[in-house]
Design a protein around this ligand. Structure first.
Ligand code: FES
Length: 575
């Protein structure tokens, strides 16, 4: 029988009819086509839960997605709904040229429009690798239909000759040892099979783990869903439970904007500090909040860092890995330890509030992964915001992964004009560089690279690495992988490619970093900087910039302090 269009708000198959100028015909046609898949009328009359399929042969971090989808569908059906999986873009860090960040906004557009275009009463967003959950949250925030995130979960750890290994902190550590001549090519070949031993996301507190933990604190995934290992049975059960939860969210009209409130973002940023998380967490959640018109104030974030200690002992800031964090009690335990620093009145997709989640936190005797506030890893938060004449719009320093002796440092600038220039010259034996110099990489920001690649982890010049230098102050307008470590200043804003002060620095200028005072300056007079600014010429645009997504990106991308989102994707400013 053909359903007639109704005057009540449409649900299920009746949502968002294709426009043929006759709503009854549109629904008739839709039903006729979908019956080709063998659905019964009973199935088609149920609430519809969309499930994003981000499986890709190019994305091992999402290798378990087919299993998660199967379990999620089971959860939806057990709760009385009809699951409908659909594909969206999938992005893996190592398989995205020029960089995954270039594609995050494209995935956000894809996710938003597919959620909006297709009839679904709620959506389960299955993501994991660094940019995917941020893109999904951005899209879901803009589409604003009930949504729940299901992370793919972290990999298990690897082992090599008695050492415990984790992607990708140990990838970088071992590569640095190889560059310094301390490891052979044969060893590196062997170790490449041990660093990522299972499907799932990087198992250190890199960007993927950071985003998953922040998503749990934001209230957008079920408790435990941020940390259960990708390959464990509990991960499958979390998928089933997420499917069932989506039915409840649809029934209650629990839209993302009801969960992602300003206070919920403060909770997520508090957790970012407490886990010693990736600097990328700030950029991504600034972008997500921006979709809801919620500004993230950098100075307020820095102030948060002064009162929130780092409590989680994970690499790269500490010792352990995600599976250890999970078995130590995971996010519910961390939220409990953070006490009044968390606003537990905030809602969760689990139903109820964070207070309910804290009440159910597991206490694991003897664990040393999640510390109490009386015995923190670092007393003053993981991330610090710097300001000064070199970074008037701000820059970030991951204090928890930096060298204490370099927190206050003055040195001579050694400048690289772009990633290619750095690659060409960094290992040149004739490069004029010493251990107490400050390495600067510019034209690697949102527009400059383009896409703000994770190039901020400037390698120690080979001749210094051979001499035993392990860390130097490094500054760039790029980002850095959350798995990296060192005294590295990132996200210099405004970036060099639009004429930010980083563009004006010359080799030999004195640079002063004072992480305690939160300052970063080039010790050059204002008048001299003004002369240099007047003579500055913008770098040429990259090849292919005349058309396509690259043109859109260059025209629309915002700076790091606005989340590197596109201007036209943010809500209009209310006057
Ligand atoms: Fe996917 Fe690290 S490469 S999470």
């Amino acid at each position: 029988m053909t359903d007639a269009p109704e005057s009540v708000p449409p649900t299920g198959l009746r949502k968002g009819l294709t426009s043929y100028g006759d709503a009854g015909f549109s629904l008739f046609l839709r039903r006729a086509f979908i019956k080709a898949m063998g659905y019964s009328d009973d199935a088609l009359d149920r609430p519809i839960i969309g499930i994003t399929n981000t499986y890709s042969d190019f994305n091992p971090c999402h290798g378990n997605v087919p299993d998660l989808i199967a379990a999620c569908k089971r959860g939806v059906m057990l709760a009385g709904g009809l699951p409908m999986e659909f594909p969206t873009i999938s992005i893996h860090e190592s398989f995205a040229h020029p960089t995954s960040m270039f594609l995050r906004n494209l995935m956000a557009i894809d996710t938003e429009e597919m959620i909006r275009a297709q009839p679904m009463d709620a959506v389960v967003l299955i993501g994991g690798c660094d940019k995917t959950i941020p893109a999904q949250l951005m899209g879901a925030a803009s589409a604003n239909i009930p949504a729940i995130v299901l992370p793919t979960g972290p990999m298990l750890v690897g082992h090599y000759k008695g050492e415990v290994l984790g992607a990708c902190t140990d990838c970088r550590r071992m590569w640095a040892q190889f560059r310094a001549g301390d490891r052979t090519e044969a060893e590196m070949d062997e170790v490449s099979g041990r660093l990522a031993p299972t499907k799932g996301t990087c198992m250190v507190m890199g960007t993927a783990s950071t985003v998953a933990c922040m998503t749990e604190a934001l209230g957008m995934c079920l408790p435990g869903a941020g940390t259960v290992p990708a390959t464990h049975a509990d991960r499958i059960r979390a998928a089933e439970a997420s499917g069932a939860a989506a039915i409840r969210l649809a029934r209650d009209g629990m839209t993302p904007s009801r969960i992602m409130t300003p206070a919920a973002f403060t909770n997520a940023l508090t957790v970012l500090q407490a886990i010693g998380g990736s600097t990328n967490g700030l950029i991504h959640f600034t972008a997500v909040a921006g979709r809801l018109g919620i500004p993230i104030d950098l100075d307020a974030f820095d102030a948060l860092g002064l009162k929130v200690p780092v409590l989680v002992d994970l690499k790269p800031s500490g010792q352990h890995y995600m599976e250890h964090f999970h078995w130590a009690g995971g996010m519910p335990r961390l939220l409990a330890e953070l006490g009044e620093l968390i606003d537990t009145s905030q809602l969760s997709v689990a139903g109820g509030t964070l207070a309910d989640i804290v009440a159910g936190a597991e206490y694991v005797p003897g664990q040393d992964v999640i510390r109490g506030r009386d015995a923190p890893i670092h007393s003053g938060g993981g991330l610090a915001v710097l300001r000064g004449n070199l970074v008037p719009g701000g820059a970030l320093l991951k204090r928890s992964a930096a060298t204490a002796a370099l927190m206050v440092h003055e040195g001579r600038a050694v400048v690289f004009d772009g990633i290619e220039d750095m690659t060409d010259r960094i290992d040149d034996e004739a490069l004029d560089v010493a251990a107490d110099d400050v390495l600067i990489l510019r034209n690697a920001g949102p527009k400059g690279a383009p896409g703000m690649p994770e190039a901020g982890y400037i390698p120690i010049p080979r001749k210094l690495a051979r001499a035993g230098v392990k860390d130097m102050v490094r500054i760039s307008d790029a980002r850095m992988s959350g798995t990296a470590f060192g005294t590295i200043v990132l996200h210099a804003t405004p970036e060099a490619a639009i004429g930010g002060p980083l563009a004006l620095v010359r080799n030999g200028d004195r640079i002063r970093l004072d992480a305690t005072a939160r300052t970063l300056d080039v010790l050059v007079s204002d008048s001299e900087l003004a002369v240099r600014a007047a003579a500055w010429v913008a770098p040429p645009e990259p090849p292919g910039a005349e058309r396509g997504y690259l043109r859109l990106f260059l025209d629309q991308v915002t700076q790091a302090d606005e989340g590197v989102d596109f201007t036209f994707l943010r809500p209009p400013v209310k006057l």
